[in-house]
Design a protein around this ligand. Structure first.
Ligand code: NAD
Length: 490
């Protein structure tokens, strides 16, 4: 099994099928395994250890033991190792992209983009780690001085999802390491290979033992150690809102710092003064990337009355031309969904919308043949009360709703518990200011459906989470302020 996936790589060593604790690749002899499947074929491409609480405990202890030395290195020293890691990721980008496609399903070109995006966080935070500045505060008396330092929080637990199995790992590990923290990572049990390959390269880059640990296995058993352990000082999580809330509650007992990057329900608003062709192109980017399995993907498309029919027709033509395919076999625009459950959710959202009066203008069903493929789909005339408007669909379905007035659409856009990303298309400068100000979201794309970059703050408000990743702000969540008051100086 491993041989066949390894045979696709120039560097077969990147296929790691063991956990990584205290600098050792490890599993339990005769222990349980988790199958890793290719969602395009259903084929098992590898197995990884199904570890539990004991392994998580060992990983936390290893991370704690490594912390004192790692934090004491000058930031520049840590940066040099992160830069070496960055270079290795780029050198192996094609292999890493192949692994990503094999376990997650996204097309080859998208996988390569994700690897470069993943690498960009390592480079960015290697630099930012050198700029973790403190402060001096003017004193209120002649004999005292006040200093403020930023110190690493300590051992960080990171739990990552399957939809961006590489980028979500580096978006957490790079700022943590740059700040001087050590990490225990639990990657998604569905896509562990990308995380393990990245960590293999980190080891090659000279990140010392214990600084990064990866525990593969059962989410609940590992999660309960990571959330309950007194030595873990921060949990950073990307995943669903339901799991995020549960983990946050579990962290309360030991008052850990938390960063939560959770689900979205992004509105995508096209006003009648918009460039329609641009809006169609960007809707496809925002909706069909990763087969619609992104947290910032356009979940509800609102189009103003005067351009509604034109937009629906243009989007339908473009979406019906998207090519489905197994990214390991050739170019494709859209890969499979992650599993059968995802197919069922998307199918039920489409059925519910149609039952309530929506029209399928293209797609609408599972694709024939093997693998978890769902046809790229456009639904027109979707009523406000349809399930697809209130829940994250996480699939390749673009639901379009007609609107009339600006305030009506803002109200509809904000009528959700999510607050991650929103998009609006307009050429009216005054409307741009009004709308971007009134949308209750952590991120707003105006005339673009592509907002993710390592240089800007990524994150949500409301039930989409707390904290920001990437940008100059992204390292703050891995530090604590220490105030030092010096007296007796007269
Ligand atoms: P998920 O919540 O099911 O799983 C995320 C991670 O949590 C996985 O590693 C999983 O194994 C782990 N997990 C699940 N139950 C756990 C438990 N009881 N204890 C500890 N860990 C547990 O989410 P998913 O299906 O992997 O990812 C899709 C979700 O992630 C979507 O809702 C999407 O919007 C969200 N997401 C958000 C962002 C963001 O930046 N806001 C980015 C990507 C994905």
């Amino acid at each position: 099994m491993n041989n066949s996936i390894a045979s696709l790589l120039k560097c077969p060593d990147l296929v790691r099928t063991q956990a990584f604790i205290n600098g050792e690749w490890t599993d339990e002899a005769g222990g349980a395994k988790i199958n890793v499947e290719n969602p395009a074929t259903g084929e098992i491409i590898a197995t990884v250890p199904n570890l539990g609480a004991d392994a998580a405990e060992r990983a936390v202890e290893a991370a704690h033991a490594a912390f004192a030395r790692w934090r004491s290195l000058p930031a520049k020293e840590r940066a040099l190792r992160l830069k070496a890691w960055h270079m290795l990721v780029l050198q192996h980008e094609e292999d890493l992209a192949t692994l990503l496609t094999a376990e997650q399903g996204k097309p080859a070109a998208e996988a390569l983009n994700e690897i470069r995006y993943a690498a960009s966080f390592i480079e960015w935070f290697a630099e930012e780690g050198k700029r973790v500045y403190g402060d001096t505060i003017p004193s209120h008396s002649q004999d005292t001085r006040f200093l403020v330092f930023r110190e690493p929080v300590g051992v960080v637990a990171a739990i990552t999802p399957w939809n961006f199995p590489s980028a979500m790992v580096t978006r957490k590990l790079a700022p943590a390491l740059a700040a001087g923290c050590t990490v225990v990572l639990k990657p998604s049990d569905v896509t562990p290979l990308s995380a393990l390959a990245l960590v293999f390269l980190a080891q090659e880059a000279g990140i010392p033992k214990g600084v990064i640990n990866v525990v593969t296995g059962g989410p609940a058993a590992i999660g309960s150690v990571l959330t309950g352990h007194a030595l873990v000082r921060k949990l950073t999580f990307t995943g669903s809102t339901a799991v995020g809330k549960m983990l946050t509650a579990a962290c309360a007992a030991t008052m850990k710092k938390v960063s939560m990057e959770l689900g979205g329900n992004a509105p995508f608003i096209v006003f009648d003064d918009a460039d329609i062709d641009l809006a169609v192109t960007e809707a496809i980017a925002a909706k069909f990337r990763n087969a619609g399995q992104t947290c910032v993907c356009a979940n509800r498309i609102f189009v103003q009355d005067a351009i509604y029919d034109d937009f629906v027709e243009k989007l339908t033509v473009r979406v019906s031309a998207l090519r489905l395919g197994n990214g390991l076999l050739g170019p494709a625009d859209q890969g499979p969904l992650i599993d059968q459950r995802a197919i069922e959710k998307v199918t039920s959202h489409v059925a519910d919308a149609v039952e309530r009066g929506a029209r399928v203008t293209t797609g609408g069903s599972r694709a024939p043949g093997p693998g978890n493929f769902f046809l790229p789909t456009v639904l027109a005339d979707v009523p406000a009360e349809a399930l697809i408007n209130s829940e994250e669909t996480f699939g390749p379905v673009a639901p379009i709703t007609r609107f009339d007035g600006e305030q009506d659409v803002i109200r509809a856009a904000n009528a959700t518990t999510a607050g991650l990303a929103a998009y609006a298309f307009t050429r009216d400068l005054k409307r741009f200011w009004r709308v971007s100000g009134q949308l209750e979201y952590g991120m707003v794309g105006i005339n673009t459906g592509r907002i993710s970059t390592e240089v800007a703050p990524f994150g949500g408000i409301k039930e989409s989470g707390v904290g920001r990743e990437g940008s100059k702000y992204g390292i703050d969540d891995y530090t604590e302020l220490k105030y030092v008051c010096i007296g007796g100086l007269d």
